[in-house]
Design a protein around this ligand. Structure first.
Ligand SMILES: Cc1cc2nc3c(=O)[nH]c(=O)nc-3n(C[C@H](O)[C@H](O)[C@H](O)COP(=O)(O)O)c2cc1C
Length: 306
């Protein structure tokens, strides 16, 4: 094992291992980010924060099915002004990098929240483009349109000097177009992907299970979708890609890295394997690399393209 090095780099920011807590899974509290870090996460992303307080949806907000989870939490958060202390707490105590995540209901709100978070001087920020555009009749998310995604990233970049990661959605005709649009707008990295829309109906009640009716699929069911998105994004842009969707083992992480990811976020994996999923995935990844002749993460990044 001595030769295997699982450290990785995103834009010259070093992570002791490539596992990152995905946004939303552990809520907004700084202490839950610290908890994930103590259990082996190489970096942590708190739940997305927006311009003002939001209640989120009523229960039920999450349900499990054979191969994953369906959630419609509705982005509950205290609003950026009240959330900065929690993020600061995480930054001071996690012992690993904290990348705040944020959203807006309008393009301008993304810029406003970005500017406020920048006061904390985080190394990176993740832009959650998968939230409803309140200026659109159907509330269609910014992640689904090249123009909207481009505009959001341009506005964010004009309001902050902190590097930004654009988090993309899988349910688009061609993710390569969205990836190119955000790269052109100045995104420094891309996360692929957020959840995939879905619905589960309780046939005895003859109604959708979630209060919101539909939600986002995460967990193993999302993994092949995410791997293809990472693969496609890797081929179309020159900025680093972070993978997310269904990772719960070292081999899952290796698969995403081979598709082109320099690091992997883990969310639902916590429900399957416990909070120390980060340590377990890192140990399994190290073993996989040892057994398969990879010394460094970068030797594995994108090898599936050759
Ligand atoms: C309960 C729950 C809440 C989430 N909240 C957010 C969020 O606030 N911001 C965000 O960008 N993604 C959010 N996500 C999406 C995850 O960050 C991740 O992209 C998705 O769950 C796929 O990864 P996984 O299969 O490892 O869970 C949430 C996912 C779940 C299950």
């Amino acid at each position: 094992m001595a030769n295997v090095d699982i450290r990785t780099n995103i834009l010259n920011i070093e992570l002791k291992n490539p596992t990152i807590l995905a946004s939303g899974i552990m809520g907004v509290s700084g202490s839950s980010c610290v908890y994930a870090a103590r259990n082996g996460a190489g970096a942590v992303i708190p739940k997305s924060i927006g311009p003002s307080e939001r209640q989120g949806h009523s229960n039920p907000i999450i349900t499990q099915f054979e191969s994953g989870f369906l959630n419609a939490v509705g982005l509950p958060n205290a609003g950026v002004d009240s959330s900065l202390d929690e993020i600061r707490f995480a930054m001071d105590n996690a012992g690993v990098h904290v990348f705040p995540s944020f959203f807006g209901g309008t393009k301008e709100e993304f810029g406003l929240v970005a500017e406020k978070i920048s006061a904390l001087n985080p190394p990176l920020m993740e832009v959650n483009l998968s939230c409803p555009n309140t200026a659109d009749d159907f509330g269609i998310s910014f992640a689904l349109s090249e123009n909207d995604a481009h505009d959001v990233i341009s506005i964010v970049k004009s309001r902050t000097k902190i590097p930004v990661i654009a988090k993309l959605a899988p349910n688009v005709p061609d993710i390569r177009r969205i990836a190119r649009a955000v790269e052109e707008a100045g995104a420094d990295a891309i996360t692929a992907v957020n959840t995939m829309p879905g619905m589960i109906i309780d046939v005895k009640a003859a109604k959708p299970i979630l209060y919101n009716k539909c939600g986002g699929i995460s967990g193993p069911a999302l993994k092949p979708v995410a791997v293809k998105c990472i693969y496609d994004v890797f081929e179309s842009v020159n900025i680093p890609v972070i993978g997310v969707g269904g990772v719960k083992s070292g081999e899952d992480a290796a698969e995403m890295i081979m598709a082109g990811a320099v690091a992997v976020e883990i969310g639902s994996g916590i429900y399957y394997r416990g909070i120390d999923v980060f340590r377990k995935v890192s140990d399994e990844l190290r073993m996989f690399m040892e057994e398969n002749g990879y010394d460094k993460i970068k030797d594995m990044v994108g090898v599936a393209h050759k």
